[in-house]
Design a protein around this ligand. Structure first.
Ligand code: SAH
Length: 413
């Protein structure tokens, strides 16, 4: 990447909403553009070799069929589920309840290896771990595991790269490599659980610890990979045939793909829903979130409100505070106005100071500006709390996940 660019003097002065707005110029990165010169949006996953089909890609019925096809009685599926989802193992030597003859082949066929660990970085005295994984076709993805008092959260990737092209997000700038399969998503959780059990995540609070919360805030736009993400969520919450996690502990975060938000609301799975808004006005949001060219601020907020109506789950609005870009007091007021116009008690706002990404001169808002932004929203009756951000030192924080050249080299070794 280029040398850290000097923060330029304020280079553009514009009037917006009747308020003079000074904004920094962005240098050092090139946003991908489509034929008409608009920021490129990639919805379709480039064609690549599909990952091998795995138990976690299948419904419980399909698992029984698969085992039967392999010439075994159907109840073997249940045993395999137990090994994978309860004991977090894909190692045939752990599965002594399966007949020794043909065991290796059976396990290789049903629980193929999906993620190869390339690198592991730790910070926060061992309470935060970033994993770099290589997928079967060489694509690289990351997940971040975080211990908090009383809970353990895993930030999972749903795509290798991302097609949404948001200029402040490192993943967005790298483009979309491909969709991940449901099992590739689930395997991130299973591997994290196995590591926690082995004592790999800081000091344990109790002996049967595991991941309690999932956030779809790693690489990718989860709602652009809808069917696979939903299959992964179903496996996460399934008590009999899956990981048995609580749906409330799972957060699906999106740039605002409105039809998919409606679909998600109609699923009978009350996951927590987060909308990455980052600006209350279309003029700025068109720039920060290129998909705003398809679905505008008001449409995204209406869909978020509908999510609350259908599920009763309070919605989160994500707002990365970027210095002199979107952190103006009038924008806090406009955001409060737009949220209150849709009712009370249905939403809370999670501002997060921008995490720096390579090549961008955009920076986090100053502390006093952050505090003023939060105060205005709270005063208007919108519950607002700055989101804790972890893993900055290991490039594991929101928006920083990107496989670098260095990662590629490590993966090739
Ligand atoms: N594509 C999804 C989920 C991945 S990003 C989405 O956009 O919601 C998870 C969160 O991190 C989003 O709210 C995203 O806007 C935010 N984010 C991205 N880059 C960031 C950065 N540099 N600093 C802080 N937050 C960032």
């Amino acid at each position: 990447m280029a040398d850290t660019p000097q923060r330029p003097a304020n280079t553009a002065v514009r009037a917006t909403g009747g308020v003079r707005q000074v904004r920094p110029k962005t240098e050092g990165w090139q946003q991908q553009k489509d034929a008409e010169g608009r920021p490129l949006l990639q919805f379709a996953s480039p064609k690549r070799g599909k990952p091998p089909v795995h138990l976690a890609d299948l419904t419980p019925e399909q698992r029984v069929e698969k085992v039967t096809e392999l010439g075994l009685p159907g109840f073997r599926a249940k045993q395999l589920e137990k090994h994978y989802f309860t004991h977090w193992t894909s190692d045939p030597s752990d599965m002594t309840d399966l007949p020794a003859a043909g065991r290796e082949e059976l396990v290789a066929g049903v629980l193929p290896s999906l993620l190869t660990e390339v690198r592991r970085l730790q910070t926060d005295k061992g309470d935060t771990i970033k994993f770099l994984w290589r997928l079967h076709d060489g694509a690289l993805v990351e997940s971040v595991l975080m211990r908090y008092p009383g809970r353990i959260t895993l930030c999972v990737s749903s795509q290798a790269g991302c097609g949404m092209n948001c200029p402040f997000c490192a993943t967005g700038q790298a483009g979309l490599t491909r969709n991940m399969s449901a099992a590739e998503i689930v395997e991130q959780v299973v591997r994290a659980n196995a590591l926690i059990r082995a004592g790999g995540l800081g000091r344990a609070e109790h002996p049967d610890e595991r991941v309690t919360n999932i956030v779809f805030m790693g690489m990718g736009e989860p709602l652009a990979n809808y069917a696979r993400v939903m299959q992964a969520v179903r496996v996460m919450v399934d008590k009999k045939h899956g990981l048995g996690m609580s749906a409330r502990g799972i957060t699906v975060s999106t740039v605002g793909l409105v039809p998919a938000i409606r679909k998600l609301a109609a699923e009978d799975i009350p996951v927590t829903f987060a909308l990455s808004l980052h600006a209350p006005d279309d003029e700025l949001r068109d720039e920060l979130i290129p998909v705003n060219s398809r679905w505008k601020v008001d449409e995204a907020l209406d869909a978020a409100r509908e999510y609350f109506d259908r599920t009763g789950r309070r919605v989160s609005i994500e707002y990365a505070l970027i210095r002199d870009m979107n952190d103006h007091p009038w924008r806090a007021d406009l955001l409060a106005e737009k949220l209150n116009a849709r009712g009370r008690g249905w939403v809370h706002v999670n501002p997060i100071p921008l995490n720096p990404t390579p090549g961008s001169v955009w920076d986090a808002s100053e502390r006093s500006v952050q505090q003023e932004f939060v105060r205005r929203l709270n005063d208007a009756g919108v519950p607002t709390t700055i989101r804790d951000t972890r893993g900055k030192e290991i490039d594991g924080a929101c928006g920083q996940l990107v496989a670098t050249e260095e990662d590629q080299e490590a993966a090739a070794r």
